[in-house]
Design a protein around this ligand. Structure first.
Ligand code: ADP
Ligand code: ZN
Length: 627
């Protein structure tokens, strides 16, 4: 079937069911591929609108659209969201009760469903045979990077999906993910058995994200200062270990931040509560290990802080990408320390990773390190990592800065070239003199001229390098050492118990003036900005709202919260912030007026339109009924 053969155009379905006036880049192309029966791959950045790529075809398809997703925790919200658009949708996963499962199976057998979300385990379990899953039109594999162990979230079950697809040769296969390097894309295509797929690769940049990277000096305080820039807004803080998560969360709680921890070591019920409270906007901040967040769909996450350095740029893009799905400005901050990279390498060894995969890991660690200390635009680095040029092709002004990273905003200061070389030589000669027998802490003390028993007993207080960087301060010296490690002039030995610093051949070449080096000066994190208008409104560009309009927005939100609580779904499933803001500004008077507000599909108007109109007309929120 081809779209042009149909009477209703995809644009009309988009308008009618979702209330959106146009497609986002590539959505139309992906839908075209699928509808014309071609296997396809869609690499769209987070917030690019992947769900519509498989939900919209469900309206046309003669058969069932099956969405395979590893995110069980999220499926119920996804189903609710699809139902809000008027799709007959359901889910099957292991967390459901027997009655729920058999009800869905019954609906399937009767052909009463258009869209089914299913976890890979469930699909592979064997009981979903052709008597139940009849007439499959499309298999859409969400988070498709999970099929590749070159990527960042390998799930072994994903490798067996092709077995299942083989039973439905006529069904179209669509793989979707937000981030994938060329290597991961090849792996997705072969592992899922895509047949000569149409590849739709979106532009990876997220212009609304503001990237910053700081050397990690005082983790807790640095995290707190970023959070304080976002009073009352939602954000995620990632830390590497459970212990760091707990310490950081209690520190933040003591400082009055509304937050909760999340890690795999917590009882399932507590973990679940943290997640629910965050999604339902009952708390502002979640402090978590990377166990949290794959597919956290809360669109108004305003910041993501990495308190530890993640293990690859792919991880970073994926995790930081959870900020700003609604397209409004959001901030991504990375705290960098070379120590974290050493820890990653150690953990990988513990996991038994070796050979080629270890080499890949080493490469990834180098890349994230380079990103963190780079003095090049961070949007550019991320784009180039994912194989795209920056600024985008055809951009008028090649030298235009992004205006959305610390480098382009002029927040990163560099040492002049000569000084950087001199400082590097001082540090390298300290490493050289101590013959690779000491760790970074020792070298820092040596350079700062702090005499202690160990230094004295080794006679190192008599070395020429003793106290050479006394005036620079510990923070700067540590930062520079990290930068020399990342640039390959110093190597840290593998043993995590006793990581020792060695000078590399490159380092020796630098000492002979045969290499160049660049060193940054640690930035002082910004002070908290004063807060005047409602933050959410300000971000949407509504900073000149009248007092009445702002009050209206707050009332609309309050009413949405009441409905969401009652229906036990996250507020954004009802309506997005941006829709409420537009209502507050335009003050629609009739259902017809509502049709011109982006995000108000027919079903939403039918369900909530009249009620929100009453709120706008001034009826007190407390008196309102619940749909
Ligand atoms: P992804 O899975 O790619 O991160 P989603 O499918 O969750 O993105 O979509 C992100 C948000 O963008 C959702 O709130 C969705 O309703 C919205 N959206 C999707 N397509 C469009 C469009 N064409 N116009 C406006 N908003 C859209
Ligand atoms: Zn930039």
């Amino acid at each position: 079937m081809h779209i042009s053969d149909n009477i209703i155009k995809p644009e009309e379905i988009l308008r009618k069911h979702w209330g959106y006036s146009s497609f986002r880049p590539l959505q139309r192309n992906v839908i075209e591929s699928v509808m014309s029966g071609h296997d396809a791959m869609a690499i769209l950045p987070t917030g690019g609108g992947k769900s519509i790529c498989y939900q919209l075809p469900a309206f046309y398809a003669q058969g069932l659209v099956i969405v395979i997703s590893p995110l069980i925790a999220l499926m119920d919200d996804q189903v609710a969201s699809a139902q809000e658009a008027g799709i007959m949708a359901a889910a099957l996963h292991s967390n459901m009760g027997a009655a729920g499962k058999s009800n869905v199976k019954r609906l399937l057998a009767l052909g009463r469903l258009q869209l089914l979300y299913v976890s890979p385990e469930r699909l592979l379990a064997g009981d979903l045979d052709k008597n139940i899953l009849k007439d499959v039109f499309l298999f859409a594999v969400d988070e498709a990077h999970c099929v590749s162990h070159w990527g960042h979230e390998f799930r072994p079950e994903y490798r067996r999906l092709a077995e299942c697809f083989a039973k439905y040769p006529a069904a179209v296969r669509l793989a979707l993910t937000a981030t994938a390097t060329a290597q991961v894309r090849r792996d997705i295509s072969s592992q899922l058995g895509l047949r000569n797929p149409d590849c739709h690769i979106g532009y990876p940049d997220r212009p609304n994200l503001i990237y910053r990277a700081y050397p990690c000096q005082d983790r807790n305080r640095q995290v707190l200062s970023v959070i304080r820039r976002h009073a009352g807004e939602g954000g995620i803080v990632y830390a590497q270990t459970r212990k760091t998560v707990e310490k950081l969360a209690s520190f933040l709680q003591e400082k009055g931040i509304s937050c909760a921890p999340y890690h795999a070591g917590m009882p399932a019920s507590e973990r679940h509560k943290s997640q629910e409270d965050f999604i339902k906007e009952k708390i502002d901040v979640v402090v978590a290990t990377i166990a949290f967040g794959m597919g956290i769909d809360r669109p108004n996450v305003r910041f993501v802080i990495h308190a530890n350095t993640p293990r690859s740029l792919e991880h970073y893009q994926q995790e930081s990408g959870r900020a700003g799905r609604d397209g409004l400005p959001a901030e991504c901050v990375l705290l960098f320390s070379a120590q974290d990279l050493i820890m990653h390498r150690f953990l990988a060894q513990e996991e038994g990773i070796s050979g080629d995969r270890m080499l890949v890991l080493e490469k990834h660690l180098k890349e994230i390190g380079r990103y963190a200390i780079s003095t090049v635009c961070r949007h550019k680095l991320l784009c180039e990592y994912f194989g795209a040029s920056y600024p985008p092709h055809g951009y008028a002004d090649k030298d235009k800065v992004c205006g959305a990273c610390d480098v382009c905003l002029g927040e990163v200061n560099m040492l002049p070239e000569d000084e950087a070389r001199l400082v590097s030589k001082k540090i390298l000669s300290a490493v050289w003199r101590t013959e690779g027998r000491f760790g970074i802490g020792y070298i820092v003390n040596l350079l700062l001229g702090r005499n202690n028993e160990r230094i004295a007993s080794n006679g190192h207080d008599r070395l020429k390098v003793f106290g050479l960087l006394k005036d620079s301060g510990e923070a700067a010296v540590r930062y520079w050492i990290d930068q020399l490690i990342v640039q390959g002039f110093i190597r840290i030995s593998d043993d995590p118990q006793y990581p020792l610093a060695h000078i590399t051949a490159e380092g020796k070449a630098l000492c002979r003036d045969e290499r160049s080096v660049s060193l940054g000066i640690p930035a002082v994190p910004e002070k908290k900005k004063t807060r005047r208008k409602d933050k959410a409104l300000e971000r949407m560009g509504y900073d000149s709202l009248s007092h009445e309009q702002e009050a209206m927005f707050i009332r609309l939100r309050a009413y949405r919260r009441i409905i969401a609580d009652k229906m036990n779904v996250p507020p954004y499933i009802i309506l997005h912030d941006s829709v409420l803001a537009e209502m507050a500004v335009r003050q629609p008077k009739s259902l017809e007026d509502l049709r011109y507000i982006s995000g108000m599909g027919e079903k939403k108007i039918e369900r909530y339109g009249g009620l929100f109109l009453e709120v706008i007309a001034g009826r007190p929120v407390e008196d309102m009924e619940i749909p």
